[in-house]
Structures are given as structure tokens and as C-alpha cells.
Design a protein around this ligand. Structure first.
Ligand code: HEC
Ligand code: HEC
Length: 188
């Protein structure tokens, strides 16, 4: 009999505590969903729309769109910045594992003949294993458009007062990253 009473007593306390927890939890969820309502993913980014939707893009941008060989190269944004792609690339995308059209002109063995800028030495270097990849593009450089974007007339969405300083005027038009990669690094 005594044991039964104790059991019921504990049960009542247990139920009471768990209902308190529930009440707290639902208060918390109410707070979170209010915050979510005020700042949902549609308003979080600079491009307005669902962040997870790849089709939402800035619409008021026009890309230079000249064909390769007819376009004007822009100066580098800063020393050894990835240069902007100066020509239309619509017909060259997507880059897939079996097909990378960019290489058909920019591969160092071809570039000179077609008047394209050759891939720099950094793109033929495996930095993870610290060795050259010879004539074969390093895997980490395969997806060109992960780093290079096309020229456009996009207006900055955030004001930018950055001014690039170049050690040498030549570096506004070409890179020398492979030579200066370890500058300032002391291995000792
Ligand atoms: C049909 C040949 C051809 C193909 C294919 C091609 N390019 Fe080019 N690319 C050129 C030429 C030629 C230039 C030199 C400037 C010009 O005339 O447009 C150039 C310039 C560039 C530049 C500017 C280099 C600098 O020094 O400022 C970049 C970056 C670039 N291309 C990247 C790409 C990427 C990325 C792809 C693939 C999506 C690609 N190119 C595909 C021919 C090509
Ligand atoms: C991981 C980022 C990254 C990827 C991927 C990448 N690049 Fe670059 N690229 C750079 C940077 C940074 C530079 C400038 C510094 C240097 O020389 O490495 C550059 C430089 C260049 C230049 C100018 C070379 C010169 O001598 O001035 C060309 C042309 C170029 N890349 C084309 C390509 C093409 C085509 C691909 C794809 C096959 C590609 N890049 C992939 C980051 C990248």
C-alpha cells in the first residue's frame, strides 16, 4: 500500500515537472518562430528571395558578353587576384568532369596559338602535396568559375572604398603568384 502511494506521488511530481518543461519549450519555440518570421531566408541575403533556390539571381546585371578574342581585359582587382573572364561564357557552361571547354583555349599548350592568356604556373601545382603537376591541370583548379567570374556592369550593393596597391604596374595585367607564394613565410 505504502509503495503504491509513493509511486503515485512520484508519478504526479514527474508529470508536473514535465508539463513545466513543455510550457518552457513551447515558449522557446514561440520566440524562435517570431524571430524566424522577422528574419526569414527571403530577406537575409542581398539577392531577395529564397536562399536555397539556385534560380534566384540578381536580375539587373548585364554581362559584357563579347566573344573570346574581341573583348577588353580589365585590370586585376588587386595584386594576384583571379582575373575577370573577359568574354561570353554562356556556351561553355556547365563545366563537368568530362568536359571543360575553358581548357580548349587556356591550357598552356594551346593558349599561345589561340591568343588566350595561358593558365598560370599555380594552376599546374599541387599545393597539398607540394609538387608540380607538370602539363596536367591541378584538380583543385578544374572548376574555373568557382574563382573566375565574368565582367559585368553590376553596381556595388555595398559601398567599397578599397584601393588596390600594386608593387609593379605590370602586375595590373598579369600574375606572379607562383614566385611570391612563400613571401614573408619563415619555415625555420
Ligand atoms: C575559344 C577560346 C576560349 C575559350 C573556350 C575560353 N576562353 Fe577565356 N579567353 C580567351 C581569349 C582569346 C582571351 C583573351 C582576351 C579576349 O580576347 O577575350 C580570354 C580571356 C580570359 C580571361 C582573362 C585573362 C586576363 O588576363 O585577364 C579569363 C579569366 C578567362 N578567359 C577565363 C575563361 C574561362 C573560365 C573559360 C571557360 C568558362 C574560358 N575562359 C573559355 C579565349 C577563350
Ligand atoms: C581556386 C581558385 C581558382 C581556380 C579554380 C581557377 N583559377 Fe585561374 N586564377 C586564380 C588566381 C588567384 C589567379 C591569379 C594568381 C595566380 O597566378 O595564380 C588566377 C589566374 C588565372 C589567369 C591569368 C594568368 C596570368 O598569367 O595572368 C587565367 C587565364 C586563369 N586563371 C584561368 C583559369 C581557368 C581557365 C581555370 C579553369 C581551368 C582557372 N583559372 C581556375 C584562381 C583560380
Amino acid at each position: 500500500m505504502k509503495k503504491n502511494k509513493l509511486f503515485i506521488f512520484l508519478l504526479v511530481i514527474g508529470l508536473f515537472l514535465s508539463s513545466c518543461n513543455d510550457a518552457n519549450a513551447s515558449k522557446k519555440t514561440a520566440k524562435i518562430s517570431k524571430a524566424q518570421e522577422e528574419m526569414n531566408s527571403d530577406t537575409l541575403g542581398f539577392r531577395k528571395g529564397d536562399l536555397a533556390d539556385e534560380k534566384v539571381v540578381f536580375t539587373d546585371i548585364s554581362y559584357a558578353g563579347k566573344e573570346a578574342g574581341e573583348s577588353i581585359l580589365y585590370e586585376r582587382a588587386f595584386e594576384n587576384a583571379p582575373p575577370l573572364i573577359s568574354h561570353a561564357i554562356e556556351d561553355m557552361l556547365p563545366i563537368t568532369a568530362d568536359n571543360n571547354l575553358c581548357l580548349s583555349c587556356h591550357d598552356k599548350a594551346i593558349a599561345g596559338d589561340v591568343g588566350a592568356t595561358s593558365l598560370p604556373a599555380t594552376h599546374y601545382y599541387d599545393y597539398r602535396n607540394n609538387k608540380s603537376t607538370g602539363d596536367i591541370l591541378s584538380d583543385s583548379r578544374f572548376n574555373c568559375t568557382a574563382c573566375h567570374v565574368a565582367q559585368s556592369d553590376a553596381k556595388p550593393i555595398v559601398a567599397n572604398v578599397f584601393k588596390a596597391e600594386f608593387k609593379d604596374d605590370d602586375l595590373k595585367k598579369k600574375s606572379n603568384l607562383i614566385d611570391v607564394m612563400n613571401e614573408g613565410v619563415d619555415y625555420k
